[in-house]
Design a protein around this ligand. Structure first.
Ligand SMILES: Nc1nc2c(ncn2[C@@H]2O[C@H](COP(=O)(O)OP(=O)(O)OP(=O)(O)O)[C@@H](O)[C@H]2O)c(=O)[nH]1
Ligand SMILES: [Mg+2]
Length: 219
């Protein structure tokens, strides 16, 4: 991880507090994806572009996730005080635990997250309160975005008070920058946003990652 740089540290918050219901009985955070636990892939991909790593999850997930991350970059845990309040509550919990003024938030089921885009999102968020990718005519990619921790925490608190669970609710309270598709493509392939929800998506990701592996070894 890069050197701390007084006041402008960058945090990385990995969200893992969901129940993986579309995936099935296993916690997708720790499922073995082409030889590496999924959350470990995410952490490994972003560790070079953040100064600290925070994993947000439920209390009972901690041992298995700790095990999945063993031997890798150091990460701290931010356990949801109230579980199952949705990803936005998880973001709030994770941001509260970090030291960085800005934090990159990513879901544990995005194993193709591209560090070059993360770096760019930090650059774009500077002087604002968030930088959020948005593909043409699609949703904001709120679970692969950079937030300024203080204002986002407060905006999440307000949204939860209004009983709002969608992550765009706090976002709309912030001075946010939209990073559009052309700009995204300058830094990353769109697979950066792929998330693994179902067994089918898991098999697909496995095949591609194993293809990459055999591609490397045959060189
Ligand atoms: N802290 C916290 N994180 C959550 C919660 N629900 C989802 N997440 C996380 O938010 C990210 C995106 O959520 P989903 O893709 O819906 O994951 P999920 O909820 O585990 O899976 P499904 O049950 O199939 O919806 C994942 O990284 C989840 O771990 C929650 O209630 N609390
Ligand atoms: Mg869900």
């Amino acid at each position: 991880m890069s050197q701390e740089s007084g006041g402008d540290e960058r945090a990385g918050v990995v969200l893992a507090g969901g129940h993986s219901t579309r995936f099935g009985a296993e916690d997708k955070a720790v499922v073995d994806l082409a030889g590496t636990p999924m959350i470990r892939r995410v952490v490994d991909r972003i560790e070079s572009v953040v100064d600290e790593l925070v994993v947000n999850c439920r209390e009972e997930q901690v041992p298995a996730i700790r095990n999945a991350l063993e031997g890798g970059p150091t990460a701290s845990f931010a356990v949801d005080p109230v579980p199952d309040r949705g990803p936005m509550a998880g973001i709030m919990t994770g941001l509260r635990a970090g030291d960085g003024e800005y934090a990159f938030v990513v879901a544990c089921d995005m194993p193709f997250v591209d560090p070059a885009l993360v770096d760019h999102l930090f650059d774009r968020a500077a002087g604002h309160e968030a930088a959020v990718p948005r593909l043409d005519d699609q949703w904001f990619q709120t679970t692969q975005a950079v937030y300024r921790a203080g204002p986002m925490i407060e905006a999440c608190e307000r949204a939860l008070e209004r009983d709002e669970r969608r992550v765009v609710e706090p976002l709309f309270d912030l001075d946010y920058v939209v990073v559009d598709e052309d700009e995204i493509r300058d830094h990353a392939a769109l697979e950066t946003f792929e998330n693994v929800n179902t067994r089918e998506e898991f098999e697909d990701a496995t095949e591609r990652l194993e293809g990459e592996r055999s591609g490397y070894s045959s060189r």
